[in-house]
Design a protein around this ligand. Structure first.
Ligand SMILES: Cc1cc2nc3c(=O)[nH]c(=O)nc-3n(C[C@H](O)[C@H](O)[C@H](O)COP(=O)(O)OP(=O)(O)OC[C@H]3O[C@@H](n4cnc5c(N)ncnc54)[C@H](O)[C@@H]3O)c2cc1C
Length: 397
């Protein structure tokens, strides 16, 4: 067993850290005020090659594996407590990876070089107004029309909607091709954005001030069969490969942001005095800190183990998909809950300052809260772990 990162990964970490601390961290308040990720940050990420780093080298990407992507995710999340920039990083990278793996040659040649350079943005459109966790019940359909398909239906709560429209790009869209077949009737398409056939409605969210979020209404959106990712009616299995990559990144990002808040808390505890001494001298707070530090260590290890298992399965088929799903669900479940709790206590240690608007802990609390729902809720993580423990016969299809 080797817990070290490679020399190359350490170099990537070092440049990502330098970029994140120099270019991202100082501009968070500006981003929050303008409610938009500064364009220079997006350009910087492109220049660094990390906006599309999972796309294979032959298409101009870095061909980065999940662990290496996780390293950069950690550094970006350490600098942006709102989770806006981390979300752009994780969604684009995880879902561009899926497009790389499952698209046919023609779509790959046309879109992957642009995804690799961050010139176009990739997002995931799965959730609908009436169905999120229950993918088999979704109602958006792709109906065969000659050699094309026509997509109709509404997707909601989709991250990066405005970014996809502004920068160009598309969605990994989950649709029904056999509406009465539950999860066996699900297909994935790469759907490039279309102003004529996809109507966007922006939604207000609780946090992630720089991010964009909204609903997509597909109206008679015609698309060729070459845009199918993988095979018809096999989308349910394939989409989980994307979710697992994204969920593992969420685990390490949540911990990273929580660590920034805990470190802020440590500094504050050392200097803020109450009853004649620094509050850090009170064992009541020391023990809270110790619990959070212990949990962060455990959650970060779980997050990287999930990313590592994901790589082992993708590269060498060393684990089964179910083994990976279970590890990923464990990491996401614990990392998001524990990070949220750690941020909440770090906020508390700052007393009334902690409750002021837009301080890092307040931003992080709202940002990390999103991860208990996005890319699979914490209850769904528990269902996966329980299913793998009890057996599938305890769960309906
Ligand atoms: C900030 C944010 C960003 C998001 N970005 C995207 C995105 O980019 N693309 C996208 O497709 N979706 C996105 N989503 C949607 C997200 O994936 C869904 O919210 C999530 O999958 C849950 O679906 P739902 O909201 O429809 O809740 P439902 O599935 O309706 O569930 C409602 C509640 O019941 C719980 N529940 C459901 N089934 C069970 C069960 N069997 N046992 C116990 N509890 C259960 C759920 O966990 C949840 O708490 C985003 C959501 C948020 C909050």
């Amino acid at each position: 067993m080797d817990f070290n990162f490679t020399e190359e990964q350490e170099i990537i970490r070092s440049s990502a850290r330098q970029f994140a601390q120099k270019e991202i961290a100082p501009r968070i308040q500006e981003m929050v005020a303008k409610r938009r990720i500064p364009l220079e940050i997006i350009s910087g990420m492109k220049k660094l090659g990390v906006l599309g780093m999972t796309v294979p080298e032959k298409y101009g990407g870095m061909g980065a594996d999940a662990v290496t992507t996780g390293i950069v995710a950690e550094e970006i999340a350490a600098a942006d407590p709102t989770m806006s920039i981390p979300v752009m990083f994780l969604v684009h990278n995880a879902w561009s990876y899926l497009v790389s793996k499952y698209s046919g040659n023609e779509v790959a040649q046309e879109f992957l070089p642009k995804m690799a350079k961050g010139e176009i943005i990739t997002a995931i459109a799965s959730t609908e107004p009436n169905f999120g966790s229950d993918i088999g019940s979704m109602t958006t359909t792709a109906t065969r029309s000659g050699s094309d398909y026509i997509i109709n239906g509404e997707k909601s709560f989709i991250s990066l909607v405005r970014d996809v429209r502004d920068f160009g790009g598309g969605y990994v869209t989950v649709v029904k091709t056999a509406p009465d077949k539950g999860t066996s009737g699900v297909t994935l398409f790469y759907t490039p954005d279309s102003k004529d056939h996809i109507e966007i409605t922006n939604l207000e969210e609780m946090g992630r001030e720089g991010s964009t979020w909204g609903a997509l209404n597909f109206r008679d959106y015609r698309i060729g069969e070459k845009f199918i990712l993988g095979k018809v009616n096999q989308g349910f299995k394939i989409v989980h490969e994307g979710f697992e990559f994204a969920r593992s990144l969420i685990a390490v990002m949540s911990v990273s942001t929580a660590m920034t808040c805990l470190n802020n808390g440590i500094e504050y505890m050392k200097t803020r005095k109450a009853f004649g001494q620094p509050i850090g001298k009170y064992q009541g707070l020391q023990f809270q800190l110790a619990d959070h530090m212990a949990r962060m260590e455990a959650a970060r290890t779980l997050g990287f183990k999930a990313l590592w298992m994901y790589d082992q399965e993708q590269k060498y088929k060393k684990f089964t998909r179910f083994e990976v799903s279970r590890e990923v669900a464990t990491a996401k479940l614990l990392a998001t809950i524990w990070s949220f709790d750690a941020i909440n206590d770090a906020l508390q240690w700052h007393g009334a300052y902690g409750y002021t608007k837009y301080n890092p802990q307040e931003l992080a609390l709202r940002g990390v809260r999103s991860f208990m729902l996005a890319e699979g809720s914490r209850e769904i993580m528990k269902m996966i772990i329980a299913r793998e423990s009890l057996g599938k016969e305890f769960f309906k299809e």
